[in-house]
Design a protein around this ligand. Sequence first.
Ligand SMILES: Nc1ncnc2c1ncn2[C@@H]1O[C@H](COP(=O)(O)OP(=O)(O)OP(=O)(O)O)[C@@H](O)[C@H]1O
Length: 612
Amino acid sequence: MLKQRPFLIETLTAIGLIIAPFVLPHLGFAPNTVNRILVWGLFGLGFDILFGFTGLLSFGQSAFYGTGGFVAAYLLTRAGFGNVLGALVIGMIAAAATGYLIGLIALRRTGIYFAMITVAIAEVFFFVEFNPLSDFTGGENGLPGVPTPSFNLGFTTLHFTNGWSLYQFIALCYFIGVIIALRIVRSPVGAIFSAIRDNPLRATAVGHNIHGYKLTAFVIAAAYAGFAGGLLGVLQAFMPPDAFTFDTSGQLVMQTAIGGRGTLFGPLVGATVWLFLQDFLQSALGLGAAWKLVLGVVFVLLVCFLRGGIIGGLADLYRLVSGRRQRRDTEAEPDAETTAQPAPAPMQAKEVAHPAYSGPILKATGLTKRYGGLVANSDIDFSVNQGELRGIIGPNGAGKSTFFKMLTCEIAPTSGQIVFEGRDITGLKVTEVCQLGLTKSYQVNQLFTGLTVRENLTIAALAELRGKFRLDLFRKLSSVKGLTEQVEHTLALVNLTRRADTPVAELAYGEKRRLEIGLALATSPRLLLLDEPLAGMSPRERVETVKLLKSIARGRTMIIIDHDMDSMFELVERVTVLQEGKVLVSGTPEEIKTNAAVQEAYLGGVHGEIAA
Ligand SMILES: Nc1ncnc2c1ncn2[C@@H]1O[C@H](COP(=O)(O)OP(=O)(O)OP(=O)(O)O)[C@@H](O)[C@H]1O
């Protein structure tokens, strides 16, 4: 997520665009090159939202670039449409609509399969443009005669014909593109894009409809591509057929990698390097087609040594320098650390009980899960009352995690029924169940690793406050009602207030485990499932976390799986023991401790540590 410094980036962009015509010619940039850079930069704004922010690598953006470009060019050259800006907007809408339809198909798959589908679809578009639609697109001749824009203001008419004059129009379009893109990435939707990039599984589990958000990013990228495609036709007074080629898509990906993904300006910087090298090496050094050899070497070096691209490299350098400065300041003022206040006592839980329901909060009947011939859970009957603290124990492989996964609808049971607050939730999706108020923390941390602690909790809280899908693309994150309070409340609950702005990668293991619990808590669940919250912790961390869990438990209904018997017996009111996928026995901690069958189950297995 971009830092919220109001209007700083917008102002710097405006200044850069205003001074560019005065500075760039002295650096050897022709106006036409600058205009082409801006068109690629605009194309890249949408692509970076898709790839850099949402983590969806598409190799098919040429399909939308070409669609927008040819629709606009056709309107202006063959359909007698005189309004250039209007044609560009119609081209953009056509590309966005195409993006929506393609997205519905391509987003059914992830990773390399998604990328391959986008390649295939772009190839289909290329073929269609050259063959069945050649009457409209001009086939291999393209569409010549695309006019430049002019605006009649009544008292005068503004013409943007070529060179620096056309630059003004393209620069204005780019600037508006930047403003819109910044609004999007700073909105709740933008925050969820980053969550999907970092951990789609968890983004789903905290209650977001990630398919809807991915489709949104796809359509946004297509819209930017469509507008940029139209501008290309205006810039060249000709819509070239090669807009649809794989080269176009590949060039966009490479430019974004060179400049830096997830920065919005990376594609612009990448395009600058690309086009400058192209002009310089081809014309000034006379390398002809061999210029791509040099570009290839530059690309490999950049990707190997600057994994975040040029902007990422500069940002790392800035962080290094400012980090050193901060350390110097801290050394000069040791009191700042030592006089810090002790961590605040964890806050109590919010009142989260369901107002209208009084029966068992959860009831599972005959729950069975088979993996081929292996029965992970067999015919489990299980019920938990409102406000109860239940423990589940059992030897390794007893089926505890599988049982949790079924309760949260992460996996579907082979047979059986799950009723939550009187409602049959069997067969629902994990997102829907989380929205209903049932979620879990994971045995293995599932965090948004590229974000800070606060940003992690923000993602989870947004799911509860906004529902599973909402298109508030231009809303400020800070204006979501109750968000700040909910995040601060959860930070205090899991004792991470002082680490709020720390990136996840810099947290200690125990802190990560607490954040893992915090992610579940931030969705304000009415039933919270904790899968081995103490796993991997040192004895000291366990004592602290048990204290924390006790404070979280007040006013909540929780089910906890753990292997640490002493902590479990201290924490919970009742314990259910699973063995070989079945319920062995349920009872109070005292009953379980002295139960002969439980002793046998543990002493016969790998665990011999059950407290006597
Ligand atoms: N996706 C899967 N495919 C096949 N078998 C699975 C799958 N998930 C779990 N199992 C099997 O189901 C059984 C129960 O596994 P589960 O992870 O639920 O046990 P557990 O009690 O949580 O164990 P642990 O305490 O070690 O976490 C194991 O034999 C496991 O190998």
